[in-house]
Design a protein around this ligand. Structure first.
Ligand code: DGL
Length: 269
């Protein structure tokens, strides 16, 4: 069981930022990735539809005998955690929101935290709810920033275009007093530097890819599920719709491009 893969899923290719962080922190672990490119983007879809997609992907990953399921997608973590946990049964499930909330609360000094993410993630209010459950006095300001993900996929991270879009979103007065900002979307680790620069390094920018990898490491340690040191890790990358464009986008998110394999969408649930 220990050498079984970690199952990671996302609405598309952006979740490779989580894979990259897992590979960095846990180089012995095998990964089965599922990107639901047939239904991308999740960011403005209804919770009901995302729950249906996530449930089917969780079912697939359970069939693949993964030892852990990581919901790399913020939007799916926001609205489909319960259904994924139900389908996973005894297999532990990690979402990207709780580790980022924990890290933000460890970093903030003035308890003013900002969050950016997709429309569905922000509308779910899951971040403010989870933050306030832990620190009721925290002031949370959340904003949907839907242009950022397609902009990054276009290869425009760290450019004048990204600087201008970031400024347009973050120049609101509510962001003026925050000392911590959660990047609540798979894609945003790629613009962490832009955002840090925008706030003149005065704001802690929380990258959920890093936060979730630490959480995965702790969980594998606690459950004694680390792969053995001689395991030769094997990574498989499935997508529900394979196009040249998705294949090329992998290069944006991972240093070394990976070969995607198509696994046509099957509805079991
Ligand atoms: N993966 C999504 C997220 O982290 C962003 C892309 C999408 O909207 O599907 O919220």
């Amino acid at each position: 069981m220990n050498n079984a893969p970690i199952g990671v899923f996302d609405s598309g290719i952006g979740g490779l930022t989580i894979v990259k962080a897992i590979q960095k922190y846990l180089p012995n672990e095998s990964i089965i990735y599922f990107g639901d490119t047939a239904h991308l983007p999740y960011g403005d879809k209804s919770p009901e539809l995302i729950q249906k997609y996530a449930a089917n992907i969780a079912y697939f990953l359970v069939q693949q005998k993964v030892k852990l399921i990581v919901i790399a997608c913020n939007t799916a973590s926001a609205v489909a955690l319960d259904i994924v946990q139900k389908i996973a049964g005894n297999i532990p499930v990690i979402n990207v929101i709780d580790p980022a909330v924990k890290m933000a609360l460890e970093n903030t000094l003035n308890y003013r935290i900002g969050i950016i993410g997709t429309k569905t993630t922000i509308q779910s209010r899951v971040y403010p709810i989870k933050i306030k459950q832990k620190r009721p006095k925290c002031y949370v300001t959340a904003k949907a920033t839907p242009l950022l993900a397609p902009m990054i996929e276009e290869g425009w991270a760290n450019s004048q275009i990204s600087d201008e879009i970031i400024e347009a979103y973050l120049s609101e007065t509510t962001f003026e007093t925050i000392d911590t900002l959660i990047l609540g979307c798979t894609h945003y680790p790629l613009i962490k530097e832009n955002i840090t620069k925008y706030f003149e390094s005065k704001v802690n920018v929380i990258d959920s890819a890093e936060a979730v990898s630490i959480e995965i490491k702790n969980l594998l340690d606690e459950k004694k599920l680390f792969s053995d040191q001689y395991n030769i890790p094997r990574h498989i990358f499935y997508v529900s719709d394979l196009t040249e464009s998705f294949q090329q986008t992998t290069q944006i998110f991972l240093d070394t491009p990976v070969q995607l394999q198509e696994r046509k969408w099957v509805e079991n649930i």
